[in-house]
Design a protein around this ligand. Structure first.
Ligand code: KDO
Length: 334
């Protein structure tokens, strides 16, 4: 009897061990089946776009994918992400019209200063056929799927110099850091400054050491990167209602089921909506915050900046690549 019981017990133990290893195998096989979506950005972990993706987006796709963000340029350098996605070396990034324009000249229309009126205009433009056509162009020419637009904030000048800047002429000779693409550099010139390319992750030190006289970014980004610690004024030029896009590998997209594609789109939209809400709310409060930090914050003669910038864009080589009639269509979106 004892022998039998022992035999039964050991048989049971074997069965249980087998069951456990089958279930372990099962779950690890399932875990392995999950796609890993690596996202590379120069932005910090506390940036609103980063937070929207890490929460709303990651949650919405967690059943079939693992979201793996890499911040502060730690995986790919600023401006190299789209090519990395196109070559199959990266799955996601937060991209801009300026980066798209480097590879697809038609996109340069969205890099023009004083084009979009406000975040709502931007949202409506990309929700319309214009958005569909421009997203399709990126997909066809680059193999990159732009999931949606996200309002990044309205760019303002942030300077370490003290003299007031009321008109473009007041920026004459000022070394204004702009990100390192032709479209960004042109925007700096269109404002009247002397643009200097520099990577986003180097801007704080550039301001601190005086390598640059100023930089431009939306107010929430200025706060996130603590630029107010090393600057004296913010000039509310509002020169670019800036937009970003959540970029996704088309190769990966094509391997997803229709339900998974739907989940990716819905999750990305939830992340974009949350981000846009945070940025709009923050922009409304941050003028007081920066004044409280001792910065001079004021509106210059915005019309003077707008008139000069718009004229320079229309005369520029960029405008030759703008799709026929697109400027009028963008302006007509109400
Ligand atoms: C910047 O380099 O100033 C910029 O704001 C440009 C944007 O298009 C965007 O790439 C952004 O940096 C990064 O995401 C870091 O916030």
């Amino acid at each position: 009897m004892r022998v039998k019981t022992k035999a039964i017990r050991s048989a049971l133990t074997v069965c249980m061990a087998a069951a456990i290893s089958v279930s372990t195998l099962g779950s690890s096989a399932m875990a392995q089946d999950k796609i890993t979506l690596r996202m590379s950005t120069p932005a910090s972990e506390t940036d609103f776009r980063s937070q929207g993706l890490a929460n709303q987006f990651a949650d919405g796709i967690s059943e079939f994918a693992t979201y793996e963000p890499h911040y502060n340029d730690s995986l790919f350098k600023q401006g190299t992400e789209l090519v990395a996605i196109a070559r199959g070396n990266l799955e996601m990034s937060i991209t801009s019209a300026q980066e798209l324009a480097k590879l697809i000249p038609e996109w340069s229309i969205f890099t023009a200063g004083y084009l979009m009126r406000d975040p709502e205009h931007q949202r409506k433009v990309f929700a319309s056929d214009i958005g569909k056509e421009m997203y399709q162009l990126a997909e066809d020419k680059l193999g990159v799927k732009l999931l949606n637009v996200v309002y990044f904030g309205t760019r303002q000048l942030n300077l370490r110099t003290e003299d007031k800047v009321m008109t473009p002429e007041d920026l004459d000779g000022l070394n204004l850091r702009m990100p390192g693409t032709d479209a960004w550099q042109f925007l700096g010139k269109a404002l009247g400054a002397n643009p200097t390319p520099m990577a986003f992750t180097e801007v704080y030190t550039g301001l601190q050491t005086g390598a640059i006289d100023g930089q431009d970014n939306p107010l929430p980004t200025d706060k996130d990167k603590k630029f107010h610690e090393v600057t004296k004024q913010i000039v509310l030029t509002g020169h670019l209602v800036d937009m970003n896009f959540f970029a996704f590998s088309k190769k990966v997209w094509d391997k997803l089921t229709a339900e998974q594609q739907e989940a990716v789109s819905t999750a990305a939209q939830a992340a974009a909506d949350w981000t846009t809400e945070q940025i709009v709310a923050n922009e409304a409060e941050l003028v007081d915050f920066f004044k409280g930090e001792g910065l001079d914050v004021y509106e210059p003669d915005v019309d003077a900046f707008r008139t000069r910038a718009q004229a320079m864009y229309l005369e520029s080589d960029f405008s030759k690549d703008w799709p026929e009639g697109l400027l009028d269509r963008i302006n007509a979106v109400q």
